[in-house]
Ligand binder design. Structure first.
Ligand SMILES: [Zn+2]
Length: 250
């Protein structure tokens, strides 16, 4: 009788211990930052318009990535490459979605599946717990996790985390880790700073609860292990053309 194969674990059960080459590894992978994937309402202000990529444009962007040989990868893959040199597919790109809007499930998720792509979704646990209709439900989040999407933390209530007490930071940071683990069966290890704001205390608490890397709104595309708590991203502006998008990933 053969031993049953171990159950697949995604994300990996433990953080890969960095090897001797780890301090020298540098990646330049675009971590794209999206928010809404929908046509903004007619009364939307300029901020909402800028944060909204239409489903049609998102479809075109994914088609562009597919036709030009890009592979979508998770933040786990970046971390594994930087830590132990695990190979990455050709032309890697990370797709991240902030805030957990319901249109991510309704519009982005079907298009990602159409192209066989994956995304990383940073959710705000209390917004989901409150059942707010503009945000995804736990059922939606679970379905996406089971389809291979990464569900990661964007804090409990989306506050500015700078200058806060230790107790407050633990409440904001630990809560969503427990909630996401409970609802998806997968323990998140990445964090997205609400409004891109952070300080040394925030980073210390994140590291103390096994956060492996965190993304900011700082522009850039250079990742090292040393800078894992402040990885930059590439903002995809609403209303941009496909040519603008091509410039972001090339
Ligand atoms: Zn946010």
């Amino acid at each position: 009788m053969s031993t049953p194969a171990p159950l697949p674990v995604n994300p990996p059960a433990g953080r890969p211990a960095p090897d001797v080459d780890a301090p020298r590894r540098v990646l330049t992978v675009p971590i794209l930052m999206y928010h809404y994937i929908s046509v903004p309402p007619p009364d939307a202000d300029k901020y909402r318009v800028d944060l909204s990529v239409s489903p049609d444009m998102f479809d075109q962007q994914l088609a562009y990535l597919a036709e030009n040989g890009f592979s979508t990868v998770s933040l786990y893959a970046l971390l594994e490459h930087l830590s132990i040199g695990a190979p990455l597919p050709p032309r890697p790109v990370v797709l991240t979605f902030d805030d957990g809007y319901r249109d991510n499930y309704e519009n982005a998720f079907p298009l990602l599946k159409k192209y066989g792509f994956i995304g990383t979704f940073f959710v705000v646990s209390d917004f989901i717990n409150a059942g707010r209709p503009e945000y995804m439900t736990w059922d939606m989040v679970r379905e996406m996790a089971e389809a291979g999407m990464s569900i990661e933390s964007h804090s409990r209530t989306h506050p500015d985390l700078r200058g806060r007490s230790f107790q407050f930071l633990v409440w904001e940071i630990l809560g969503p880790i427990e909630a996401i683990t409970h609802h998806t069966g997968r323990r998140p290890h990445f964090f997205c700073y609400p409004a891109g704001k952070y300080d040394r205390d925030v980073i210390a608490v994140l590291e103390s609860v096994e956060t492996w890397a965190a993304v900011t709104t700082n522009p850039g595309r250079r990742q090292t292990l040393d800078t894992a708590m402040t990885w930059p991203r590439v903002r995809v502006h609403g209303g941009g053309s496909l040519r603008d998008f091509a410039r972001l990933v090339n």
